[in-house]
Design a binder for this molecule. Structure first.
Ligand SMILES: N=c1c2ncn([C@@H]3O[C@H](COP(=O)(O)OP(=O)(O)OP(=O)(O)O)[C@@H](O)[C@H]3O)c2ncn1[C@@H]1O[C@H](COP(=O)(O)O)[C@@H](O)[C@H]1O
Length: 100
């Protein structure tokens, strides 16, 4: 990811990186471990659940800094799971927009 990426483009840049990792599976990538773990998709789903729990605990503790940190972990793992199922960020945007 590029440090110069405008803040409003961060999610697109992150999702694009995740899709690239899924296609190329570079060895030195945490994202690759989520796509290739011996436990299969369960590993990424477990991580998603852990990050959701950690986000909830941060909110319960009223710890704003920790809430933002864990929310970022949660969103990253959610995007990996969406990519694993060939769902895109635009698909997610459309779903959200359909609820307006
Ligand atoms: N946004 C993230 C991101 N958020 C969280 N994580 C990783 O998710 C993991 C979270 O796991 P945990 O909270 O359980 O922490 P842990 O350190 O693994 O501790 P354990 O519980 O496993 O002992 C950590 O290893 C984090 O590094 C992320 N890893 C990568 N990204 C982005 O993905 C891009 C590609 O990363 P690579 O695939 O590694 O190249 C990077 O440039 C980042 O922008």
């Amino acid at each position: 990811m590029d440090d110069d990426t405008p803040t409003e483009e961060v999610l697109d840049e992150l999702f694009s990186t995740i899709e690239s990792r899924k296609a190329k599976l570079p060895e030195d990538s945490y994202t690759t471990t989520l796509f290739t773990h011996e436990k299969g998709e369960n590993y990424a789903l477990e991580k998603l659940g852990e990050e959701a729990t950690e986000t909830i605990l941060a909110a319960k503790d009223d710890d704003r800094e920790e809430l933002l940190y864990e929310s970022a972990d949660l969103v990253y793992h959610l995007l990996v799971v969406l990519a694993a199922h060939d769902a895109s960020l635009d698909d997610l945007r459309e779903e959200l927009k359909s609820r307006f």
